[in-house]
Design a binder for this molecule. Structure first.
Ligand SMILES: C[S@@+](CC[C@H](N)C(=O)[O-])C[C@H]1O[C@@H](n2cnc3c(N)ncnc32)[C@H](O)[C@@H]1O
Length: 256
């Protein structure tokens, strides 16, 4: 295995190395990089979020700068256009950001004028890094597993009168399962705006993740009405090939 040349940007405490394109052959949920800090090198899977968020700047450097992730920008664009079309002030949105990570999605939406955010993630390091890197952005950040009804998350979400939902680059691949997505949607008032990104294969006929069936059911029973679906390049994989996702903007019209 060869690694591409080490890169360290000014102000960063780490050196990031990715396998060269010919060596990078594992599937999307097995991708890894090497990170050197103070002469010590560790191999981290891209899905080792706790470790990645704990190193300031690493997530942004890896996913956004090296691999060109577009997802937060695409979702913010869809929401911004819809709000403009409706003549709705972005400041009227009260957003639940599921799988919020270190806050890049909320930051992008804040630039579009959204002011109220509740983050929800399953790991404490996500909440800690969001506050470290984007202090004060979230009105509240809940760390919980929504499948655990004893977590107290529902009560905390309820008092925010949430009317919009985002979930970006966090569905499937051992991350957010369909039941958590469905449970999170229950906390959004109607009518509410729902914006999410998902790997294109998870919405196809051959999907086995459960998302395709869930979305179909929610659309058939009138819970969700899809307004826009856009296939786009989410990011490059570690071999430099494009990964395609679908960005969906929907309206929640009734409780499931
Ligand atoms: C690829 S990151 C995306 C972060 C952020 N949305 C972004 O676009 O930069 C996926 C996030 O989903 C979170 N996650 C995974 N499983 C989850 C679950 N069951 N409930 C809530 N968050 C989860 C991970 O901890 C991680 O922060």
């Amino acid at each position: 295995m060869t690694l591409d040349p080490a890169v360290r940007s000014i102000g960063e405490d780490f050196i990031l190395r990715l396998p060269d394109e010919a060596s990078a052959s594992a599937s999307q949920d097995e991708e890894w990089c090497e990170v050197e800090i103070d002469g010590r090198t560790r191999r981290l899977r891209f899905h080792d979020y706790s470790d990645i968020y704990s190193i300031p700047g690493l997530y942004e450097r890896l996913i956004y700068e090296r691999l060109g992730c577009q997802s937060p920008r695409v979702i913010a664009g869809l929401l911004r256009d819809e709000l403009a079309c409706r003549g709705t002030d972005p400041a009227d949105l009260r957003v639940l950001d599921l799988g919020a990570g270190n806050g890049i999605v909320a930051e992008e939406l804040a630039e579009a004028g959204v002011e109220h955010f509740v983050g929800l993630d399953i790991i404490q390091e996500a909440a800690d890094s969001a506050e470290r890197d984007r202090p004060g952005l979230y009105d509240e950040y809940v760390v919980a597993d929504l499948t655990d009804s004893s977590s107290g998350a529902s009560e905390r979400l309820q008092c925010h009168n949430l009317n919009a939902f985002t979930c970006v680059a966090a569905l499937g691949f051992g991350d957010i399962p369909p039941e958590v997505f469905a449970e999170a949607l229950r906390h959004i008032d109607t009518p509410g705006l729902v914006a999410y990104t998902i790997k294109d294969a998870f919405l196809g006929d051959k999907d086995e993740s459960g998302f395709s069936d869930l979305v179909e059911r929610l659309e058939e029973d009138g819970t969700l009405c899809t307004l826009t679906r856009e296939r786009y390049q989410h990011r490059l994989n570690w071999a430099g090939e494009p990964l395609h996702y679908v960005a969906v903007l929907a309206e929640k019209r009734k409780q499931p």
